[in-house]
Write a protein that binds this ligand. Structure first.
Ligand code: ATP
Ligand code: MG
Length: 476
């Protein structure tokens, strides 16, 4: 549908991004998005859903609208607006951030022809921490159910957390049933004791709340707050890479995010407070040029590896404070960029070494985020990290993919995929009562409907107000 055919608000009546409170869904299912596949739930999906990812980055806010159906995700609209309200991945000016979110949402609504009410929002910043934990629970009926999994994960998350911090994700690394370990999905297995080893991702509560507050000031409901590299991983990593071990490195404007996958599960997450903006600031200082010009020079002529630049290449550098422009060797620009990029990758290398998981990253590293668009980034990363490196761009979606093809859209698209997987998982938990078949005499066709006594049973259970049922009511 073209934007011109839309009503003034940009929204199409009747097409509304639905409300899904999946913060509680996570605690119900306990399964990370990597263990929730849209395709596994295909048979249960009869309608389409609109899922919106809101990437509030240091340099831009990007809203991505996806339509989810049984065949996967179709990107319907994108709103991408510069943002100056964050410093190093953390909201530092609410008003500026709110303005950018509003503009991005408005643009995405207009393009997609849907009214956006609910979003999956990203969060990052050096306040993110990763902690190991474990839990044990009795298996109630001799066979592991989703509720047993929920109980054991609830136990694993019961560790002391500072009053000003909150748990963002509970990421199971493995389950054990009695003495058998290394289990990825224990549901349906027989035993008496269920154990789990998890990684808990925690974040400063104030930073998470500021993201939620900014979205709410734009009239949005936040279905879930997702660690940005967790979202990026959804869009750029393959299941094979996750399985054999991979490092995801998202070089953004204000932060560089690191996520390690080992044996199919997230083994480490951390955020480094440096990114492409530091490179720009170095260029501005080193070449004595305004920040805007430094950014332009970086994008047009920047190269992370000095030796990849020819000796005879020249660039024109605009002066600052009324000084005239001057010509200089492009190599000089690279000589400014190279040490900063080297520093960022050296810190990443050290973080990986400190986890003790370096040898387990058989698939090497995948670079994403806008910062890796600079020439020479993958080559330089390979040298410093000492492993194969590839560029990661969003995959696994259809529709207007050309608008989200670059690595700077990995988080926005990944948030939609995360949301779609969370919805599919929630749908899998919805009880489907056995059907009875009757003949609708008026329309002369067969009608299938839940057995009346089962409908009644479900109604009574729902009334009982358990956490599971209240979550189900909120989600659907
Ligand atoms: N062609 C390019 N060459 C070099 N750098 C680029 C290019 N395009 C974008 N960048 C850089 O990418 C960075 C922005 O990347 P991205 O959009 O992923 O960041 P962000 O999500 O806004 O920030 P963060 O994730 O750190 O909060 C900026 O520093 C920008 O200068
Ligand atoms: Mg980002």
């Amino acid at each position: 549908m073209s934007a011109s055919s839309l009503p003034e608000s940009g929204a199409v009546p009747g097409r509304v991004a639905q409300r899904h409170d999946l913060r509680s869904a996570d605690s119900v299912t306990g399964l990370p998005p990597s263990m929730r596949t849209v395709h596994a739930m295909k048979s249960r999906m009869e309608t389409t859903e609109i899922v919106v990812g809101l990437d509030i980055g240091t340099t831009k806010v990007c809203a991505v609208v996806g339509e989810v159906d049984a065949d996967g995700i179709t990107i319907l609209g994108v709103g991408n607006v510069p943002c100056r309200g964050l410093r190093k991945g953390v909201v530092s000016n609410i008003d500026w951030t709110v303005r950018s979110i509003s503009e991005a949402i408005e643009a995405a609504q207009t393009m997609a022809g849907v009214e956006i009410r609910t979003v999956y929002a990203g969060v990052a910043g050096s306040h993110i921490r990763c902690h190991g934990s474990d839990g044990v629970a009795a298996i109630s009926g001799g066979e592991v159910t989703r509720l047993d999994v929920e109980r054991v994960l609830e136990g694993a998350r019961a560790i002391p957390v500072d009053a000003d911090r909150q748990i963002l994700h509970v990421l199971p690394r493995e389950f054990t049933v009695d003495n058998q370990d290394g289990i990825r999905d224990p549901v349906g297995m027989s035993g008496v004791r269920l154990g789990t080893k998890v990684n808990l991702i925690t974040a400063a509560t104030s930073c998470v709340q500021n993201v939620v507050r900014c979205a709410e000031r734009c009239g949005l409901t936040v279905a879930d707050v997702v660690l940005e590299p967790v979202a990026s991983a959804e869009s750029v990593l393959s299941e094979d890479e996750k399985e054999i071990g991979v490092a995801l490195i998202d070089v953004g404007g204000g932060t560089t995010d690191l996520l390690l996958y080992v044996d199919g599960g997230i083994a480490h997450a951390s955020v480094i407070p440096a990114g492409g903006n530091n490179v720009t600031a170095d260029i501005a200082a080193g070449l004595r040029t305004p920040m805007g010009e430094a950014e332009r020079l970086k994008r047009n002529f920047g190269c992370a590896l000095g030796r990849m630049v020819g000796d005879d290449e020249e660039i024109e550098v605009p002066g600052v404070g009324g000084h005239p422009p001057r010509r200089t060797a492009r190599r000089v620009l690279s000589d400014i960029i190279e040490p900063r990029v080297e520093e960022i990758f050296a810190v990443i290398r050290k973080r990986i070494e400190d986890t003790g998981l370096l040898e387990q990253l058989s698939a090497g590293a995948v670079l994403t985020g806008g910062g890796v668009l600079m020439e020479g980034m993958t080559e330089f990363a390979e040298e410093i990290l000492g492993m194969p490196v590839r560029l990661g761009v969003p995959v696994g979606v259809r529709g207007i993919t050309q608008l989200v093809a670059g690595p700077q859209y990995a988080t926005g698209v990944g948030l939609v995929q995360y949301g779609a997987n969370a919805l599919a998982q929630a749908r899998a938990l919805t009880p489907v009562p056995p059907e009875v078949t009757r003949i609708d005499a008026r329309r002369d066709r067969i009608v299938k409907e839940p057995r009346r006594e089962l409908q009644e049973e479900m109604r009574i259970e729902t009334k009982s107000g358990g956490r599971f049922w209240s979550w189900l009511r909120a989600a659907f």
